[in-house]
Design a binder for this molecule. Structure first.
Ligand code: TEU
Ligand code: CA
Length: 543
C-alpha cells in the first residue's frame, strides 16, 4: 500500500457506537460496525485517543499512555479490534498526543512534589514579579502559564491547565516518547496521527520572548528550531523500522515550506499533514469566537489552490479533509443542510476527495450529519466552548448572541453520536448518550439508504472511483481558476488521460457551458444542462 491508496475514516470513539449501553461509544461498538465500514469502502480508521485520561479534553489529556480508557474497553478489546479490522482489510491508526500530558500523569505528579528530574520533563519557570514568564495564551483561553503556589513556579500549558507541555529538548522525554510509540506499533497498529506535532519544539534560548504583534500569535513555538530534528529522530527510531506504517501530522499554523519539509518523502519525517487555513475563512480577523463571516468561497478555494499547487511543486503531501472532531460539520458550515442537503453534501465531498493527497472522511459526513443546533448552554460539553461562553458573557454579549456564535463554532458540532437508525437515540445506544443530539432534520443512515438520493451510496461511488482510477491517486492536478468565484474546477491528469471536475459551491444557479467536456462519470443531479450548473451541482468528466 502507498500513501495515496489510503482512504481514512476518522472515528470520534466516544460517539460512534455504544456496545454496552452506558451512553459512551467504545471499542466493541467499533468492532460491531466494521462490516459497515467495509461496505463504505474505507481502508484505514483513525481513532481519537483511547488511553487512560481524566477526560478534561476528551482523551487529549493522557494520564497513562500504556492503558486503555476503561470507558472504551480493555486491551483485549483493542487487540480484538485490530484483528477483526484486519479481516476486513482495515488498518488502525492511533492518535499520538505527545506535545503534552495530563497533569494527572505520574511524571507531572512527581514534578509537583518538587522532583527536579521530572520538573525538567515539562517547562517549570521561576516566578519573577508575580507575572507569567511570557504573555503567551492558551488555545482554550487565558494565559498559557499556571502558577503553583507551593513551588513558587509557573508551568506551561498551550492547551487547558490540565494539559502540561512536555520538554522535548530533554533526551529522557524523547526516549519515553519513542517507547510509547514503539509499544503501540508492536501491538499491530499501522498508522499514527500526531497531535499538534509542529508545536513540540519550544525556543531553546531562554528567557523566552513575549509575543509582540498580538498575544494570540504562536510564532514562538510553531515549527520551532528543532522540529525537523525531532521528527527525523522519531522516524528513524520508531515507525521506519516497521512495514507499511503511515503517519500524518496535525500542522496548525504552519507555512508552505515547513509543510513540504514535513511531508516530502525524501526528508524521512512524516507521510502527510493536515493544514487548516481553508477552515478559517469564516473567522472575522482571525477570531474564532465571533459570528461567521459571510461565506467567502473565493477565499476558501484560493487557499486550497495555493496549498495544492505549492505542495505539488515541492513534493509535499496533504491529508485532505473538511470536517474533523475540532470543527463544525462542513455541510452546515459551507453547504446548505436545510434546502440542499444531498446536493451540498455530495458537492463538498468531491471538493476535497479528488484533490492531490489522501482523503480523510469524518464519521457521519457520509450520511450528511449536521451541526447540533442547541438552544441551551447546558447542552454543550467541550471545555473550549464553555470557556468561550464565559468570555463572551464577560464581554457583555446577550445570551441569544452567545448561543448563536457557539452553535456556529463549537467543536461539539462534530462530536454528536452517529445516527444509525430511527430508534430512540438513533441506535447509537439504548441509554442517553453523553452528548445531546436533537438531529433536527432527522438524518439517519436508515433514512439515507431509503432515499433515492443516498449520500452513503454516493460516498461508495467516489471511493470506488479513487480505487479504480490511478490518476486520482497519482496524477497531477491543475486548477482552472478565475472563471467564476462560485465555481471550483480542477483537472487530474497524466500523459494518457484527463478527468475534469466541475463544482458549483454555491446555492445559486451558475452560467457555464458544459457542452463537449467529455464523458460524464459522476453527476449529483439527474440532468446535465448545456449552459448552466444547478445549486451545488458536481460533475466529473472523463476525457
Ligand atoms: O487540536 C489542536 C488545535 O489547535 C485545534 O484544532 C484546536 O481544537 C482549536 O485550535 C481550538 O480552537 C488538537 C486536537 O485535535 C484537539 O481535539 C485537542 O483538544 C488539542 O489538540 C489538544 O490536544
Ligand atoms: Ca459504552
Amino acid at each position: 500500500m502507498k500513501k495515496e491508496d489510503l482512504i481514512v475514516y476518522e472515528i470520534y470513539v466516544k460517539s460512534f457506537k455504544d456496545s454496552n449501553n452506558d451512553g459512551i461509544g467504545d471499542l466493541n461498538g467499533i468492532k460491531e460496525k466494521l462490516p459497515y465500514l467495509k461496505k463504505l469502502g474505507i481502508n484505514y480508521i483513525w481513532l481519537t485517543p483511547i488511553y487512560q485520561t481524566l477526560n478534561i479534553d476528551n482523551g487529549y489529556d493522557i494520564k497513562n499512555y500504556y492503558k486503555i480508557n476503561s470507558d472504551y474497553g480493555t486491551m483485549k478489546d483493542f487487540k480484538n479490534l485490530i484483528k477483526e479490522a484486519k479481516k476486513h482489510n482495515i488498518n488502525i491508526m492511533l492518535d499520538m498526543v505527545l506535545n503534552h500530558t495530563s497533569t494527572s500523569h505520574k511524571w507531572f505528579k512527581k514534578a509537583l512534589k518538587g522532583n527536579k528530574k521530572y520538573q525538567n520533563y515539562y517547562f517549570f519557570e521561576k516566578n519573577i514579579n508575580d507575572k507569567p514568564p511570557t504573555n503567551w495564551q492558551s488555545k482554550f483561553g487565558g494565559s498559557a502559564w499556571k502558577y503553583l503556589d507551593d513551588l513558587n513556579l509557573w508551568y506551561l500549558h498551550l492547551f487547558s491547565t490540565e494539559q502540561a507541555d512536555l520538554n522535548w529538548e530533554n533526551n529522557e522525554v524523547r526516549k519515553e516518547i519513542l517507547k510509547i510509540i514503539n509499544f503501540w506499533l508492536k501491538k499491530g497498529i499501522k498508522g499514527l496521527r500526531f497531535d499538534v506535532i509542529n508545536l513540540i519544539s519550544k525556543p531553546i534560548k531562554k528567557p523566552w520572548k513575549n509575543n509582540l504583534e498580538s498575544i494570540n500569535e504562536n510564532k514562538s513555538y510553531t515549527d520551532g528550531e528543532n522540529i525537523h530534528k525531532y521528527l527525523k529522530e522519531l522516524n528513524e527510531k520508531s515507525f521506519s523500522k516497521y512495514q507499511n506504517i503511515f503517519t500524518v501530522g496535525e500542522l496548525s499554523s504552519t507555512d508552505f515550506k515547513h509543510f513540504a519539509d514535513y511531508s516530502n518523502y525524501k526528508n524521512h519525517e512524516l507521510d502527510m499533514g493536515f493544514m487548516f487555513y481553508h477552515l478559517k475563512t469564516d473567522y472575522i480577523n482571525g477570531e474564532k469566537w465571533s459570528k461567521n463571516k459571510q461565506k467567502n468561497l473565493k477565499e476558501f478555494k484560493e487557499i486550497i489552490i495555493d496549498w495544492q499547487s505549492y505542495q505539488q511543486k515541492h513534493h509535499g503531501w496533504i491529508a485532505n479533509f473538511l470536517s474533523n472532531h475540532d470543527q463544525p460539520r462542513h455541510i452546515s458550515r459551507f453547504g446548505n443542510d436545510k434546502n440542499y442537503h444531498y446536493q451540498s453534501a455530495t458537492c463538498f465531498a468531491i471538493c476535497y476527495f479528488f484533490l492531490r493527497g489522501t482523503p480523510f472522511i469524518f464519521y457521519g459526513e457520509e450520511i450528511g450529519q449536521t451541526n447540533l443546533y442547541n438552544t441551551k448552554i447546558e447542552e454543550f460539553n467541550d471545555l473550549e466552548t464553555l470557556n468561550a461562553y464565559k468570555k463572551l458573557q464577560k464581554e457583555g454579549l446577550k445570551e441569544k448572541e452567545i448561543l448563536e456564535i457557539i452553535n456556529q463554532k463549537s467543536r461539539d458540532n462534530g462530536r454528536s453520536p452517529f445516527a444509525w437508525n430511527n430508534q430512540k437515540y438513533f441506535g447509537f445506544s439504548k441509554n442517553k448518550p453523553w452528548l445531546n443530539y436533537k438531529n433536527i432534520y432527522n438524518i439517519t443512515l436508515e433514512n439515507d439508504l431509503k432515499n433515492k438520493n443516498s449520500i452513503f451510496k454516493f460516498y461508495q461511488e467516489i471511493i470506488n472511483l479513487r480505487k479504480d482510477n490511478k490518476i486520482f491517486r497519482t496524477g497531477k492536478i491543475r486548477f482552472l481558476d478565475n472563471i467564476n468565484d462560485n465555481l471550483f474546477i480542477y483537472e487530474r491528469y497524466d500523459r494518457t488521460k484527463k478527468f475534469l471536475i466541475i463544482l458549483n459551491l454555491s446555492d445559486k444557479k451558475q452560467d457555464f457551458t458544459l457542452e463537449n467536456k467529455g464523458k460524464i462519470i459522476l453527476n449529483n443531479y439527474k440532468n446535465l444542462n448545456d449552459d448552466y450548473l444547478n445549486p451545488y451541482q458536481a460533475i466529473i468528466f472523463e476525457d
